[in-house]
Structures are given as C-alpha cells and as structure tokens.
Design a protein around this ligand. Structure first.
Ligand SMILES: [Cu+2]
Length: 129
C-alpha cells in the first residue's frame, strides 16, 4: 500500500518535470533582436527535424520580413568528413520554420543568419540522438 503511494507520487513528479522542461527551447540575442528557437523534437533525432524561430525587435514586435537561413554543421571526425548544410527558413505565423536533416547523431553546430538591413547571427549547438 505504502509502496504504491510512493510510486504514484514519483510518477506525478516525473510528469510535472517533463511538462516544465524547456530543453528544446533556446533563447538568444542577435544584434537588437531577441530570438527564440524551439525544436519540434526533444531531443532532436537523426533524420528530419523542424525548428520554429521567433524573432522580436527591441520593442518586442515580431520581425516577419527578415531573411532567415539556418546553417548546421559537424566538424570532421575519424572516418567522417566535415558536414555542412544550409536550410532556408520560411515565414510561418509570427515566426519562421526551418527543416533540418541530421545525417548522424552527435553535437551539431548551428548558425542562424537573420538578415534585415544587416546580418545578425545566432550560434548554438544541438545534441542529436
Ligand atoms: Cu560526425
């Protein structure tokens, strides 16, 4: 009896932790812009993934008229040449959507280039399973 109560409690905690987890959300500054990147999978997996990119200006207004490119790459490893891909983000709602296709698991470097008047860069790494 006591044991089952503890088990239910632990399960509840796990569900709450999962709901609060923001492991798939990345927040960065790029010049005057605030950028929030949300990966559709947590963790991202080998193969097709999508990211939603929301950009706001210094007054908090969504930036919808920028050119947004996602470059993702992996440095060469033993038995694997360097990999480098670019994906054009397309406007969607108040943000942009970009598809990525990771050819292998591991740590992928990302650079998002946001162009409006000038280039603004966001860099981060994603651990792909
Ligand atoms: Cu690799």
């Amino acid at each position: 009896m006591k044991k089952s109560v503890i088990i239910v409690f632990v399960m509840l905690l796990a569900v709450m932790a999962a709901a609060c987890s923001k492991g798939n959300e990345i927040k960065k500054k790029a010049g005057d812009f605030d950028v929030v990147i949300v990966m559709d999978k947590n963790p991202p997996v080998t193969g097709q993934n999508e990211m939603n990119i929301r950009i706001t200006d210094s007054s908090g207004k969504p930036v919808k008229d920028a050119r947004v490119m996602v470059n993702y790459s992996m440095t060469a490893m033993s038995g694997m040449p360097a990999m480098n891909y670019t994906s054009n983000a397309v406007p969607e709602g108040n943000g942009y959507r970009a598809k990525t296709n990771y050819s292998m698991p591991g740590s992928w470097n990302h650079e998002i280039r946001i162009t409006r008047d000038k280039d603004n860069l966001v860099t981060f790494t994603v651990d792909v399973r």
